[in-house]
Design a protein around this ligand. Structure first.
Ligand SMILES: Nc1ncnc2c1ncn2[C@@H]1O[C@H](COP(=O)(O)OP(=O)(O)O)[C@@H](O)[C@H]1O
Ligand SMILES: [Mg+2]
Length: 381
């Protein structure tokens, strides 16, 4: 019997990192087979389903990977979904659709799409030249953000500039042939996120609004539910769902938001995949973002996104050095009651690399936060 003839469906995952890992774990729990394709051996996918390590831009490799899958999903907007689409066998679905990825992966195209759909956004201008950037910055007033259109994550690809000299230096550092996005600085009170799981037929569930605390442009902690007024919660959910519908998101789509002093909510950006702000949902919700992603791409009934306990807090575990990862501090973290530790199986640690996370749940936000921080603080991979 070859691997493509299982009675249970096979889910293909393009990518081998932690998002694929946690998606696979949810899929395997429901009896699915999982097949990864990654360009180099990746620790997180190891020990889970079939691992194909090969040139993922090669049409023959992609065709073999896709053969026999019920659905394929991408772990990141940068995976070669375009190449895959060209060789996708009849009856094999790719979710999110290539069109959704195309609308999201270039920040300029994404902003225009959301603006055309009437969504509230920071002021922005697509600037092909430094002169255009100067004019945009002058009209918004400094500071402004310069953002690369493509390939950014964790703040790499953005610079906040304070004046014209800064702007020129930032432009020289970041600009591509088509220039940069210039965005007005938003004096937000909080960053929030909304996750939406949506099926090909449009059925969807929306997760509780989360508060995401950034340090150095990176997600440090996520607290759910966010401590916001009911009107803000409702507006965040409305804006989040409308943004996902505007790009035709299928599977899990994450919407990063800015909450303003006056209660308005602006869309910062979308991610067409499970997201760091939803990792808490593995223990925190009746159905995790990963499980609902799997259910959605297969067109299966979606699960309840509600919280199991009043409060859930996630804290990321980042690398603090370069070298081979070791489980230092793991047993100390595990000794704290009511904390779930997730390590992603990355054999190499690098400074600021996402190596794992911890989640704690309970009733008192400050106490839950303290437990999560304490456990995460013990672990030094
Ligand atoms: N217009 C803005 N005003 C103020 N802060 C911003 C703005 N845009 C981004 N940021 C800050 O920078 C972080 C990273 O920016 P983002 O556009 O989400 O890039 P990335 O692709 O790196 O996640 C945001 O989470 C937020 O903290
Ligand atoms: Mg972001």
């Amino acid at each position: 019997m070859n691997s493509s003839s299982h009675a249970f469906p096979t889910l293909g995952i393009l990518g081998g990192g932690q998002l694929g890992r946690m998606t696979a774990m949810a899929a395997i729990r429901m009896g699915l087979h999982v097949r990864f394709l990654a360009p180099k051996p990746a620790g997180p996918m190891q020990g889970l389903g079939e691992n194909i390590v090969a040139d993922w831009t090669d049409p023959e490799v992609l065709r073999r990977f896709a053969e026999g899958c019920a659905a394929i999903t991408v772990e990141s907007e940068w995976a070669p979904a375009d190449r895959l689409t060209e060789v996708l066998p009849q009856g094999v679905a790719l979710w999110p659709a290539l069109e959704t990825l195309r609308l999201i992966r270039d920040k300029g195209v994404q902003k225009k799409t959301l603006a055309d759909a009437g969504l509230p956004l920071p002021d922005f201008t697509l600037c092909p030249t430094l002169d255009a950037a100067r004019a945009a910055a002058a009209s918004y007033g400094y500071p402004v953000l310069l953002k690369k259109y493509r390939g950014s994550y964790d703040g790499y690809g953005n610079i906040t500039v304070q004046d014209e000299d800064d702007l020129k230096a930032g432009w020289e550092e970041l600009a591509d042939d088509d220039g940069l996005l210039v965005e007005a600085f938003v004096p937000f009170v909080r960053e929030l996120a909304v996750l939406v799981a949506r099926r090909p037929d449009g059925a969807h569930v929306v997760y509780p609004v989360s508060y995401t605390e950034q340090r150095d442009h990176r997600c440090h902690a996520v607290v759910v539910p966010a401590d916001i007024r009911p009107e803000v919660e409702q507006e965040a959910r409305r804006v989040g769902l409308a943004a996902v519908e505007a790009v035709g998101g299928v599977g899990l789509t994450a919407v990063e938001l800015f909450e303003l002093e006056d209660g308005r909510v602006l869309v910062n950006e979308l991610a067409p995949r499970p997201h760091n702000t939803g990792h808490y949902s593995i223990e925190g919700c009746y159905t995790s973002q990963f499980e609902n992603h799997v259910r959605a791409v297969l067109g299966w009934p979606l699960g309840d996104p509600g919280l199991r306990e009043p409060v859930s807090v996630m804290v990321n575990i980042l690398g603090h050095r370069e070298g081979e990862a070791e489980p230092r501090g793991l047993t100390d973290a595990l000794a704290i009651a009511g904390v779930a530790v997730h390590l992603y199986g990355k054999s190499e640690v690098r400074s600021n690399r996402k190596m794992g996370h911890v989640t704690a749940g309970g009733a008192d936000p400050a106490e839950v936060r303290r437990r999560a921080e304490e456990a995460a603080g013990f672990i030094h991979l």
